[in-house]
Design a protein around this ligand. Structure first.
Ligand code: BGC
Length: 670
């Protein structure tokens, strides 16, 4: 009815954003789409992003890589809901998030913004986050569809990396890898979470621009998955043409009309290359979603910072940080006991700031507690805290020598726009001395604990010389409190790695060939195929520094009594230590190969359960495997299939610490 009342020009005006910075009030928004007041179509405001709204000050969440390390869907739901709520109270209707691209290489500038290297974990957390965000009435815009796995090498932000630039790189991926690894999280985002909107990516996929691919946008997204929301482009350079994109199913060009400029579309209509029916279809997708989310039925969301529950959201992001920071190594120095310590040396300039990712996921926090502040407050007046910025190694080492414990803070910056040039903390030519600082302090004090604020896995060649090592990711605005509470044992470190920490750069699935990464000219071949992340290390029998799923508790857990009945797997966990603790029981399957020559990863995460136990107590974990857990993508029949045969089952503490193993059988597809 509405379309019938609109002129062609009015329809065309809805196919692109209008003001990239416009806002009704206050700080600039991330994008707007003016409505058509004549027929009562309201204006829409867009906001980033996965770490919180990017509009004035907001609650700064931990990086999604940390959220993934919680293995906790309830926390993902509550994080999505809190961000959705703030986006709404910033006056915006759509949140550009979550990012559900897979971490293909930890060098990628946006690794911190992904849910790590495992498609199953990414899928589960993405679904929960979207449901949380949309429960607030905002539209979740899942991104970046698809295979936006690198920014490019050799660039200075905000300019993109020159080699393998995200704006032009062609991700060459076989069908099975595309389905099982890169599309799977989007499939669930559409089918299970009912995301209202999808952002098509800058890059090309198998030679077609993602924003004008009929295979991706029409056949798969709408045809197979039944998506009835709308597709919008990533900002400025994702759209590459007009007629192809219209035909392929791309609805809204953001943030301003370039290829969907009114005159261009008008001329194409006049020339008969584009029909009005096609325009109706594109506009119809936007309008239908606006109706679905009640945008016609409610007043515009107001910008009301005063209604944001800042203490509630701060408590949530602290809870997430405590659940996602990963204790990688501990010889017993942790947890610290303030009653027995007299001097703590806190070393490193990043001890007094919260490190966060750059680009569209950078959030201006309402407030921040730095690690130094958190540690000083927790240690109390009986413990002397000395801070040294680490600039002079000899001075830092001297300070450490006279302390009971040395806490060394290192920062690994990463950002949208450019990939990290190397996997070490201190890359050549960077002028960064953090690796040397760690070595110098560890040499001076055997009780050296390193705390990394790093959005992505890095090399840790000095790890054997440390008493303890903590991966804090980008911990968010309450990170200082969370780090202190973990160091002093007020809370058990909850995190389990969402991505493998390699032992050396040549172990990476993308190592050894510029054609695999960052790409030759502009072609990046996904040669690792389905062997992404730990699957690669397992298949090639490589020993990483810290495997996917790894993370220590302050207590120990014993696994026993594996029971497999049908598709349900049970095991018993017992806290065998002397402290209360929590862990994540992880269920991996080894799928049978359906035919000779078809590689199956040795193990694939297919379920998990968080367990919290008092000392000496036990609990059963019960995981029922859904049908998809058994399926692989069969490129012969172009469908998901179950291979008949024996499935190996393992339950354990990480992808490399499998405590219980068994088997189950499946028949062929009916
Ligand atoms: C990013 C998107 C983001 C958009 C708007 C783009 O450069 O790739 O993730 O949502 O900018 O800020």
């Amino acid at each position: 009815m509405l379309l019938a009342e609109m002129t062609l020009d009015e329809k065309i005006s809805l196919l692109a954003g209008d003001d990239p910075f416009g806002s009704v009030t206050g700080e600039p928004a991330v994008g707007t789409s003016d409505g058509v007041p004549r027929v009562g179509i309201p204006r829409m405001l867009y906001s980033d992003g996965p770490v919180g709204p990017r509009k004035g000050q907001a609650t700064q969440h931990p990086a999604p890589a940390l959220l993934a390390s919680t293995f906790n869907e309830d926390l993902a739901y509550r994080s999505g809901r809190a961000i959705g709520n703030e986006v709404r109270l910033k006056g915006a209707d759509v949140v550009h998030g979550p990012t559900i691209d897979i971490l293909r290489t930890p060098l990628a500038g946006r690794s911190f913004e992904s849910y790590g290297e495992d498609p199953w974990l990414t899928t589960r957390l993405g679904v929960a986050w979207i449901k949380g965000a949309q429960s607030e009435g905002v539209i979740a815009n899942v991104k970046h569809f698809v295979a936006n796995n690198q920014e490019g090498q050799f660039g200075i932000p905000p300019l993109t990396g020159l080699i393998g630039s995200r704006f032009i790189v062609n991700a060459v991926i076989d069908d099975r890898t595309l389905r099982e690894v890169h599309l799977a999280p989007f499939e669930a985002a559409v089918i299970e979470a009912d995301a209202g909107s999808v952002m098509c990516a800058y890059n090309r996929v198998n030679s077609r621009p993602a924003c004008s691919s009929p295979e991706l946008l029409t056949d798969i997204l709408r045809g197979e998955w039944g998506f009835d929301g709308y597709v919008l482009t990533d900002y400025f350079f994702a759209q590459k043409d007009t007629v192809q994109a219209l035909n392929a199913g791309m609805d809204l060009e953001m943030p301003v009309p370039l290829f969907y400029a009114p005159l261009t579309i008008r001329l194409n209509v006049l020339a008969g290359r584009v029909s009005e029916a096609l325009i109706d279809e594109r506009v119809g997708n936007v309008l239908r979603t606006m109706f679905r989310f009640g945008i016609f039925d409610r007043a515009a969301f107001e910008e009301r910072d005063d209604l944001i529950d800042q203490p509630g959201h701060a408590a949530l992001v602290q809870e997430v940080a405590e659940a996602g920071i990963v204790l990688l190594r501990n010889n017993g120095v942790l947890p610290l006991d303030a009653a027995t310590l007299s001097r703590i040396a806190v070393i490193g300039e990043s001890a007094d700031r919260i490190v966060s990712g750059g680009g569209s996921s950078s959030v201006q926090p309402f407030s921040v507690t730095t690690p130094l502040q958190g540690i000083t407050a927790r240690a109390g007046s009986g413990v002397q805290i000395d801070h040294h910025d680490g600039g002079n190694l000899a001075d830092a080492a001297a300070l450490a020598r006279n302390a009971d414990v040395a806490l060394v803070f290192v920062a690994v910056e990463s950002t949208e726009g450019v990939d990290r040039p190397c996997l070490a903390i201190s890359c050549p030519l960077s002028g960064d001395n953090q690796d040397a600082l760690i070595a110098a302090v560890a040499d001076a004090n055997p009780n050296t604990v390193v705390i990394m604020q790093a959005g992505t896995p890095v090399l840790t060649p000095w790890r054997h010389d440390l008493a303890a090592l903590l991966q804090a990711w980008f911990p968010g605005q309450e990170g200082g409190t969370a780090i202190a509470r973990i160091l002093f044992g007020d809370v058990d470190p909850g995190g389990r790695l969402s991505a493998t920490f390699p032992d050396s750069a040549d172990q990476l699935p993308t190592a050894g060939s510029v054609i695999a990464y960052p790409g030759l000219i502009i072609r990046a071949e996904y040669r690792e195929g389905v062997l992404v992340g730990y699957r690669w290390y397992d298949h090639n029998q490589l020993e990483p520094a810290y495997p996917f799923g790894h993370g220590l508790s302050y207590t120990t857990f014993e696994y026993s009594n594996l029971r497999i009945e049908g598709d349900t797997v049970r095991a018993t966990l017992r806290n065998t230590g002397s402290r209360p603790g929590r862990t994540v029981a992880q269920l991996y399957l080894g799928l049978p190969s359906p035919a000779a020559g078809i590689v199956q990863p040795p193990w694939q995460l297919r379920g998990y359960q968080r367990v919290t136990l008092a000392p000496g107590t036990s609990a059963d974990v019960v995981i029922t495997l859904p049908p998809r857990a058994f399926e692989y993508w069969d490129f012969g029949s172009n469908a998901w299939r179950t291979a008949p045969g024996t499935y190996r089952v393992a339950v354990g503490e990480s992808s490399r610490d499998l405590r219980l193993t068994g088997e189950l059988q499946r028949g062929a597809n009916p």
